[in-house]
Write a protein that binds this ligand. Structure first.
Ligand code: LLP
Length: 430
């Protein structure tokens, strides 16, 4: 985050507040989110896509992290919102996001989810299968509506990222393959149905991607489909969405692209392809999640047991773990970590930061150097935990999910409070 620094005593401060004060007030583990940084990133994306003076929309991907405060910030910064469940939709609506600025995603939307979205008047539903084309059309017709939709296609790009978060190759559950004329067939069917207004084609190639070439290939193929549609039906679809997926720096090894770079690359290719095909340039949208919220938060942990295994490494146990950050266990994700509650000149020691759960895979940071004088009670911070950490947090071992605390101008406030034992027991009705 942009407002982190170390004071004269070696204590890290964020948004003007030191981490010891934050830990006293909010406890640990906790996620601290820099609101000014979040808003700055929203603006950077918004401006990058408005720059060419054309219409373009940025849909923040709510799955990365969503709360009512986040929805209000998005609203104020002029971003739209991508939701993928009834729960995310309900949060968006509860916080006052206008329905027409919401897009609904998902490979298995329930009838109830589709009905709610259509009734509320969401700006678009992204259709993910042949069955869903018919399902949404019927629901819309029954409700006397004509629902704006996009069709999500898989363009056959191999994104260089972890298998579980790559989504444009064909052998997987999302989207309708471009290959074999399937996407063209989906368009044919959607155009015939009265309940649907087909406004565009959607592609999302994956997540935590660093190079723009995959997006360029996707743009090329999506525009190719628009041309096929024009040639076959005489219709020019007015929109394309190229999804999210821009990577962020988890460690100093990562070299992320800036929003301007991705905006320019996408613009250039879409313009070039449309010119060649004789198509009007469609309205472009993107759906970044991680690139907006990921870098804006860190997790603060208190060190508990420090166990040295001579000749191997030192295991540093913290008061959270895979329940507040599953990404290391799930994707072999890499993080960095730092001692933040004091300065230390001790030798660096090879450490593994682990949680308190009953699994040996409960690792927060696989390999890290921490000072050899690290002791119980020290505070350590793991940066870049704004995306897919609180949103994928669990109650494993009946852990109480940590709060998300927004810090701004020297003020800190919980935007998601810490879970309590009462919260856990409330659901346990046996
Ligand atoms: N649009 C669609 C249709 C998506 O499926 C996703 C992410 C996004 C946008 C946002 O992608 P982003 O810009 O945040 O990379 N849990 C995984 C990431 C899964 C992403 C799923 N879809 C992780 O922790 O890395």
């Amino acid at each position: 985050s942009r407002t982190v620094s170390r004071n004269a005593d070696g204590v890290v401060t964020v948004g003007g507040i030191d981490v010891k004060t934050l830990a006293e007030e909010f406890g640990t583990p906790a996620y601290f989110l820099d609101e000014a940084d979040f808003r700055a990133r929203c603006r950077a994306w918004h401006e990058a896509f408005q720059e060419q003076g054309e219409d373009a929309d940025v849909f923040y991907a709510g799955k990365a992290f969503l709360s009512r405060a986040v929805v209000r910030w998005l609203n104020e910064e002029g971003l739209n919102l991508d939701v993928c469940s009834a729960g995310e939709l309900a949060t968006a609506l509860a916080a006052g996001m206008p329905a027409e600025r919401i897009a609904l995603h998902g490979n298995n939307k329930s009838t109830a989810e589709i009905e709610r979205a259509v009734e509320e008047g969401v700006g678009r539903i992204v259709l993910d299968s042949f069955q869903e084309i018919v399902r949404v059309a019927h629901i819309a017709q029954r409700l006397g509506r004509r629902q704006r939709v996009q069709i999500r296609i898989t363009v056959g790009v191999e994104a260089h990222t972890h298998e579980f978060i790559a989504t444009a190759h064909e052998d997987q559950k999302f989207g309708i393959p471009l290959a074999g004329g399937q996407a063209a067939e989906a368009v044919r069917r959607a155009l015939k149905l009265d309940g649907l207004e087909l406004i565009g084609i959607h592609s999302h190639i994956g997540s935590q991607i660093f190079d723009t070439s995959g997006f360029e290939v996707a743009a090329h193929r999506v525009v190719g489909l628009l041309k096929e549609i024009r040639d076959e039906h005489g219709v020019e679809l007015p929109e394309i969405d190229l999804g999210g997926g821009l990577g962020i720096a988890y460690t100093s090894e990562d070299d992320p692209r800036e929003p301007q770079e991705i905006a320019k690359a996408l613009r250039d290719i879409v313009h070039r392809e449309c010119d060649t095909a004789g198509l009007a340039v469609p309205r472009l949208s993107v759906e970044p999640g991680r690139a907006i919220v990921g870098p804006t938060a860190f997790t603060l942990y208190e060190v508990g047991t420090v166990k040295e295994l001579p000749g191997l490494r030192t295991y540093v146990s913290v008061d959270g773990g895979m329940s507040d950050n599953i990404r290391t266990a799930l994707y072999d994700a890499e993080y960095s970590v730092a001692l933040v509650s004091r300065a230390s000149t001790a030798e660096p020691m090879l450490s593994r930061v682990v949680g308190k759960h009953c699994e040996s895979g409960d690792i927060v940071v696989r390999d890290a150097f921490l000072p050899a004088d690290l002791a119980p009670g020290d505070l350590i911070a793991v940066p870049a935990t704004g995306a897919y950490c609180r949103s994928m947090a669990s109650n494993y071992n009946h852990a109480l999910r940590p709060p998300v605390v927004a810090v701004r101008d020297g003020q800190a406030r919980e935007i998601v409070r810490r879970e309590t034992e009462e919260d856990l027991l409330r659901l346990d009705v046996g």
